[in-house]
Every structure is written in C-alpha cells, then in structure tokens.
Write a protein that binds this ligand. Sequence first.
Ligand code: MG
Length: 158
Amino acid sequence: MQIRIGQGYDVHAIADGLPMWLGGVQIPSDRGFVAHSDGDVAIHALCDALLGAAAKGDIGLHFPDNSQQWKGADSKDLLRRVVEMLSADGWKVGNVDITIALQSPKLRHHIDAMRSTLAPILGAPADAVSIKATTTERLGFVGRGEGCEAWAVALICR
Ligand code: MG
C-alpha cells in the first residue's frame, strides 16, 4: 500500500457584514471572510493538503480566483472535486487534521458540525477528521481580528 502525506495553509481577511463559513458550516457572526469563493479557509487549507499529498498542485491552480466559474463558490463543492480528482487516481483519504486560528467568535461549539459535514465529502469516518481551533492571544493579524488562518495535514493511501 502507498501512503502519502500533504500539508496546506490558507488565510483570508475579515470584514464587517460578510458571511463566515468554516469547515463547511456557517458560523453566526456579523463579520466574515473577504474572498472570491465563500472564503472557507479551513476547507481551502484542507484542499491544498489533499492536493499536496497527491502532488497535484494547489487550489489556485484548479479553481483560479480570477475565474467567474468559482465566484461565490461553495468550498464544499471545491473539496468534493478535489476528492474526486484523487479518487480517479485510486487515492482514498486516511485521516485529516486541521487547525484554525481565529480570535473571535469562539469555534468550540461548531467543531462537531464541521467534522460531520466534512467526513462524508472526504469518504472518511468522522473520527478520521480532526478540527482544532485556537486564538492567537490577541497577537498579530489574527489577534487583531483582521484575518483567519488555517493549516491542514492529510494522509491518503491506495
Ligand atoms: Mg482561500
């Protein structure tokens, strides 16, 4: 059996009056992410981790942010396409682990909803989908509420 690992990173700016989507779930907030798509940084980092594991480039290559096709895109749809791309080459998702850095709101109560949203798209059990959240103790651009960062690692096998 072949096993590969990949990592991904994403960041989006935060502004007033925009929706906040994270891990495929809308987070109640009067501030959200500035983006061409729905700005789901957690899914974008995850897509890059999966693409990285299969050495298939990155999310910007497959879903360019200057293309009308992906304007306002639901990131769950992008993730679905990435999983299909990998599965066409025989890859299955082993497990994934995502860390989201956001100063506010607190994400703790939304984590399980994110896991159960992403698991079926990944074709993996929910216990193979880890999502963690942290603040940055008010330090840096995340701490000032200017943006949100996410990191992901993914293991795939065939
Ligand atoms: Mg992004």
